[in-house]
Design a protein around this ligand. Structure first.
Ligand SMILES: *Cc1c(COP(=O)(O)O)cnc(C)c1O
Ligand code: SF4
Length: 395
């Protein structure tokens, strides 16, 4: 193998069969200061967070992910899972619902912002509560799978909105639910004629890769096309266990895309970004988004500046394969939607002549043909479909 992937650290007194069982991992997750102090030597700042910060956002990690943190060459993974006193500090922008999801919430557990695709939050449970979470107003509140009555209302909303083409299972973490529950959700969605694509957005391949069992893969495969959106943020998260989980998915024809978030002092360095994304591409996982961290409560110390993010992107440009380059994107606060950030290579424009300087300094012009020379092809065979998509109404 081209890259070397380390296994995570398993304490010797734990049986391998237990360790490799995902429900064991969830049942034995670390939640209290006591649990954490058995795996980590807590700093004063972390202790303060345990003592004061509980009401702000839950604390939880799988023993496996605690092992990844302990095996890491830096404290990056620790910062993702460990509460810190800074979470209680006053920030520069602190929003309870940074993506304005509450105003795009037409049915229980449905976030419908774009015309053709909607989120379906099937649970609010996660096996690790990431300190940077953007959905703190929802995640880990009730700690439950969606109630039956709400489930029926959500499914009926999706059924009625024939403009929807895609449903994104999210939460919480949709892979914390049982195989039976997941199968029910996926097959109910599959029975809806207008739903083409289902996505599952999950951090389980990162924080509990043993969740990716043969049975799970069968369920996902049976309900194809289902895309799995993983959430690796740091190359040290790619342990041999995680690699195996990803291979099991991809070998079974399940496309995996990765969404990462830039985090201050954790991964905001081009060396780390290239390392993560080259390994992902090698494992046949497509890096999809590289998000600016949302200004959710208690995340000020974890956010990078837009300037820092652009600088990292600029450094990677031209050196990192397009396959390995994720799209840098900011979610505009208050439900403005996602916007891509791209480097601007155009230096000037004179009518139809545009002047560019490429990433390594090559200067050249692109001269457009005149507008009266532009003709549209016959698209009548597809026009109906396009109009449907354009005119599909959210509500
Ligand atoms: C991010 C997001 C999506 C998916 O957007 P893509 O650009 O298609 O990945 C859909 N709905 C909401 C509310 C989102 O925040
Ligand atoms: S897994 Fe996702 S929803 Fe859960 S805490 Fe982490 S970022 Fe939030």
């Amino acid at each position: 193998m081209k890259f070397h992937f380390l296994s995570s650290f398993k304490p010797e007194n734990i049986d391998a069969a237990d360790w490799n069982n995902w429900t064991w991992q969830l049942r034995h997750s670390l939640k209290t200061q006591d649990d954490f102090s058995q795996h980590f030597e807590l700093t004063k700042d972390e202790l303060l967070a345990f003592q004061q910060g509980k009401e702000l956002f839950n604390v939880r990690t799988t023993p496996y992910y605690a092992g990844v943190a302990n095996n890491s060459k830096s404290d990056s993974i620790r910062k993702i899972l460990m509460p810190h006193r800074y979470e209680m500090a006053e920030g520069h922008q602190q929003m309870l619902d940074p993506l304005g999801e509450k105003k795009n919430n037409p049915a229980p557990r449905i976030i419908h912002r774009y015309s053709d695709r909607a989120l379906f939050l099937i649970t609010d449970i996660c096996s690790v509560y990431c300190r940077f979470c953007t959905r703190k107003h929802f995640t880990g509140q009730e700690q439950a799978f969606i109630r039956n009555e709400e489930y029926e209302m959500a499914i009926s909303y999706i059924r009625k909105h024939t403009g929807l083409r895609e449903v994104i299972l999210s939460g919480g973490d949709p892979l914390t639910v049982s195989d039976g529950q997941l199968d029910r959700v996926l097959s109910d969605l599959r029975r809806i004629d207008h739903i083409e694509i289902i996505r599952i957005g999950s951090r389980m391949p990162v924080v509990c890769p043993m969740r990716v069992t043969d049975d799970l893969v069968k369920i996902i495969k049976k309900n194809k096309p289902v895309y799995l959106m993983s959430h690796f943020n740091h190359p040290d998260e790619l342990t041999s266990e995680a690699v195996e989980a990803l291979e099991r998915l991809v070998d079974n024809g399940i496309p995996v895309m990765n969404q990462m978030v830039l985090l201050n002092g954790i991964n905001n360095h081009p060396a780390l970004i290239q390392a993560l994304n080259r390994r992902l591409v090698y494992l046949r996982v497509k890096p999809y988004y590289m998000f600016q961290c949302d200004p959710s409560m208690g995340t000020d110390h974890l956010r990078t500046s837009i300037e820092d993010s652009l600088e990292i992107q600029k450094e990677l440009w031209g050196h990192l394969s397009g396959l390995a380059m994720p799209n840098l994107s900011v979610d505009i606060p208050n439900g403005g939607g996602k916007t891509y950030l791209v480097p601007n290579f155009q230096v000037s424009q004179d009518g139809r002549v545009r002047n560019y300087v490429g990433w390594d300094g090559v200067e050249a012009q692109y001269i457009s043909p005149p507008e009266n020379q532009i003709r549209k092809p016959d698209a009548s065979a597809y026009e109906c479909e396009w109009n449907d998509l354009k005119n599909s109404k959210k509500i």
